[in-house]
Write a protein that binds this ligand. Sequence first.
Ligand code: 13P
Ligand code: SF4
Length: 307
Amino acid sequence: MNEEQRKQLVEEINALRRERNAVILAHYYQPPEVQDIADFVGDSLQLAQQAAATTADVIVFCGVHFMAESAAILSPEKIVLLPEKSAGCPMADMIDAEDLRAEKAKYPTAKVVCYVNSSAEVKAESDICCTSSNAEKVVESLAGEDILFVPDANLGNYIAAKTNRPIRVWAGFCPTHQRLTKDDVLRSRREHPGVKILVHPECREEVWREADYVGSTAGIIKYAENSPDQEFIIGTECGILHELKKRCPGKKFYLLSENAVCPNMKKTSLEKVRDSLLNLSPRVTVSKEIRERAVGALERMLEVTKK
Ligand code: 13P
Ligand code: SF4
């Protein structure tokens, strides 16, 4: 697409956004040109907060399916659009409601903490949700309780280590972050001696144990912005570089691995955003029955985060 075509598309999106009274939300892993047209770019928690609070009639969710689904649960009266309907999250698909019910039957007194990267049906079986930026706070809100953490084992184990709590984790993982290994850490340290490594807690334990900072995408951006250092090694999905470069002009960022690409996050395009606004489709909805059972876990998470 040349610059002229891009400008034309952005104009069409802007006109439709006004006409539909729509808000465009984009995750930090989205392609740069999509992040640039969003009303709000953020991590999973910030996007859920925006979706819960918006006064728009239409939410265009530039992200993956579970994010749009959470928006539909939190704002059932809104039209929630996911520009590419096949944009899913393989980690969210690693547990379903039946798996979780079987696990709960084994540990009937345990509280279920469910990473937002999960289906509405799994949320409906859970006590409270969390994201990578509030997982520690959420676990700490369950003082004295046994905890089942689904579906991300890496994040669950990281929070267990951080809070010193025994947490039973489901063996799910993010295929994108799982590609980053300790060898990447060792090679990066050799190539950039003295440069701090900032990683996402979806990384393997062998990676987060070696890192200088572990946090959500918003946490990594904040750390880089506030640090006096001028160079950083980044262990998360490559889309984050766009916001890092915007917020920290002059600072240098090296990816821990060039393999850190989430193919699902890259399915959104400007054309698809335009078409979704034009056709009000693909729309993400959640049945009343599931929504009523899932909304509590998301609302409890938002409540705990405020404290
Ligand atoms: P955060 O947005 O919480 O950093 O999580 C990253 C992620 O993998 C979203 O799919
Ligand atoms: Fe799912 Fe990982 Fe992609 Fe996030 S980066 S959407 S967790 S596959």
